[in-house]
Design a protein around this ligand. Sequence first.
Ligand code: ADP
Length: 167
Amino acid sequence: MTTIIRAVVADITTLNLDCIVNAANTSLLGGGGVDGAIHRAAGPDLLHECRLLGGCKVGDAKITKGYRLPAKYIIHTVGPVWQGGQANEFELLASCYQRSFELAIAKDVKSIAFPSISTGIYGYPIEHASKVAVATIQSLLLDQPLIDEVVFCCFSHRDLEVYNDIL
Ligand code: ADP
């Protein structure tokens, strides 16, 4: 079966999919942006589970339950802070999508939503980051077409246009 890949504008916490991805920070103990929204919506039990994970490296990912979210799982990944493009940002961002994909496959996730990792507080230009996101996921799906639906969850109509231009 071919995977449906699409971009939408939504609050990612509302999406009724198997799994959503969080653009977290290395502490995994909550923060601003989408991370704050996910912790608020999932409730305090999420923080309790996150405390047991021992943080997360940039470019890596860890998985928790979804608690009060419609999603069954949350994958917490830590994107790179944009430093102009010469600090391995490309590889680290691609690694976020790859590690998240691998964890999702390991849990037999069939539908997953990604926020636009690193393009908020971390400053990665969305025109570049969206290409990394889409190309990485498309190439992983070629080898492992095991997910039915991948959603790129944008938080503005401008971001949606950028993703739709690529898709
Ligand atoms: P980072 O620190 O990785 O840049 P941010 O949370 O600041 O993470 O931003 C990542 C992206 O998530 C940005 O495009 C931001 O607009 C978007 N975002 C913020 N809140 C939400 C939300 N509730 N649902 C989906 N996307 C969101």
